[in-house]
Design a protein around this ligand. Structure first.
Ligand code: GDP
Length: 314
């Protein structure tokens, strides 16, 4: 039976989207709100690209490329190929033809003065989604990565152009001091019975959300439990640069270090059963199978973690 509670989820891209597709089977979709990282967003060839929002929209509408976990399944690249063939523009950021439709429509609506929140809601509705997908803010807060080899890079240059190979010195969220949490995101958190922090990259996908002024205070004031899910399994990331970044920032690659990163913000932590168990005073933990290889794993994890939270969060 679906759990009838309001659930707000702070979330990044592919790792988080896996849990999201489990949650939509465990909770009535209209009871779920995803508050999505926009630190990865950027302007490219005049188009506004929001990778984490799109990954989540494509995943939940079953359009996603299942091999990559992002982009649209069976997409072609005729538009980008034409840029290269006819105009000698070699785009380093690959965009599929069907995917381009999303960026064109988003940019068109933004240019007509609508907020990113309003535009995202319209895109999600047209894709048939009944779950709220909200950007963390309508203000731009681009993630800037300070690297040893190449100095400061915009996030997509670091992540895609240089394939996250440069060594990170530090990360900053440009303009975060002035950014505001969107009103619908604030309302979703205030009205939530449970707040989840998805198994996304804590430093690249969740830190930008937590950098929005007032958000940390809001989370600590909530009576609803706040629970994070580990992105580290058996001492490593399932994919992407999380473990590499932890080493570069001088941290041990462990679920415990992730739990410490969230510090006093979380009441509970869902660890993986392959990890070394740990205790942090005042933090409830459980070990589950958090490796989501297929839809059954995703739904099982969503159900198990919600059952656990409901048992102690009265
Ligand atoms: P990105 O934008 O594609 O980097 O995606 P995210 O920020 O959402 O997630 C990257 C993180 O997701 C990495 O740290 C992965 O270890 C984690 N991740 C990916 N798949 C899984 C999984 O099946 N289970 C868990 N627990 N974490 C996962």
């Amino acid at each position: 039976m679906a759990l009838d509670k309001n659930i707000a989820v702070l979330i990044g891209g592919v790792g988080g989207a896996k849990l999201a597709s489990g949650l939509v089977e465990a909770v009535p979709p209209e009871r779920l709100t995803f508050i999505v990282n926009t630190g990865d967003d950027f302007w490219h060839l005049g188009l506004k690209i929001c990778p984490d929002i799109d990954t989540l929209m494509y995943t939940l509408s079953c359009l996603v490329n299942p091999e990559l976990g992002w982009g649209i399944a069976d997409d072609t690249t005729a538009a980008l190929d034409s840029l290269a063939r006819h105009y000698q523009v070699e785009p380093w950021f690959r965009l599929g033809d069907q995917d381009l439709a999303t960026h064109i429509l988003r940019t068109h609506w933004l240019r007509r003065g609508r907020s990113l929140t309003a535009v995202t809601t319209c895109l999600a509705e047209r894709l048939g989604l009944r779950t709220a997908i909200l950007p963390m803010s309508d203000d731009e807060v681009p993630t800037m990565v300070n690297t040893i080899e190449r100095g400061e890079l915009g996030f997509q240059e670091y992540f895609v152009k240089y394939a996250w190979s440069p060594v990170i010195r530090s990360i900053r969220h440009q303009g975060c001091e002035k950014a505001r949490l969107s009103q619908p995101a604030q309302a979703a958190l205030t009205e939530a019975d449970i707040v989840l922090i998805a198994p996304s990259n804590p430093w690249l996908s969740l830190a930008p959300i937590l950098a929005i002024p007032g958000l940390r205070d809001l989370l600590t004031r909530l009576t609803a439990p706040v629970v994070a899910v580990t992105p580290i399994i058996a001492g490593d990331a399932v994919k992407g640069p999380t473990a590499k970044i932890m080493r570069e920032l001088g941290l041990q690659v462990s679920a415990r270090a992730v739990a410490r990163f969230y510090g006093g913000l979380i009441d509970g932590f869902v660890d993986d059963r392959r990890n070394e168990p740990f205790e942090i005073e005042g933090l409830r933990t459980i070990q589950l199978n958090t490796l989501m290889n297929n839809q059954a794993d995703k739904v099982a994890l969503a159900r198990a973690l919600l059952d656990w939270i409901v048992r102690w969060a009265r």
